[in-house]
Write a protein that binds this ligand. Structure first.
Ligand SMILES: [Zn+2]
Length: 115
């Protein structure tokens, strides 16, 4: 049996700049403007802010091992931008449009068409 695949977009979340000093076992984290619960509209902005902070750090700070931007990619519904979620039966829960996709998919499963 095929599984329904929700149409999603990848979005940056939990974005921050990490600075690793040369002292072993010792780390300093520098956060961007919006580091917690980054949602779709802030992900890109936060990433750019982190990149800006990195270039500032590289210009002004000595004696660190490396500096980089951390980000995770989350799956969000293509239609409504909610975090992509299916219920225990594999049906989308976020919006009518996603449910419509599911219903059309389910109909094709019954008819036996190829995906
Ligand atoms: Zn949705």
């Amino acid at each position: 049996m095929n599984e329904f695949i929700l149409k999603t977009v990848k979005v940056s979340k939990n974005v921050f700049v990490a600075v690793e000093p040369t002292v072993p076992g010792y780390k300093i984290l520098r956060t961007g403007k919006t580091h917690a619960e980054i949602e779709r509209q802030y992900g890109e902005m936060a990433y750019e802010e982190c990149e800006r902070i990195i270039s500032e750090i590289e210009r002004h700070v000595d004696d660190f091992l490396r500096v980089y931007t951390h980000q995770e990619l989350g799956d969000y519904c293509f239609y409504c931008n909610s975090p992509a979620e299916l219920d225990e039966d594999g049906r989308p829960v976020c919006c009518e449009r996603a449910i419509q996709d599911y219903n059309e998919w389910a109909e094709r499963q019954i008819v036996g068409e190829k995906e």
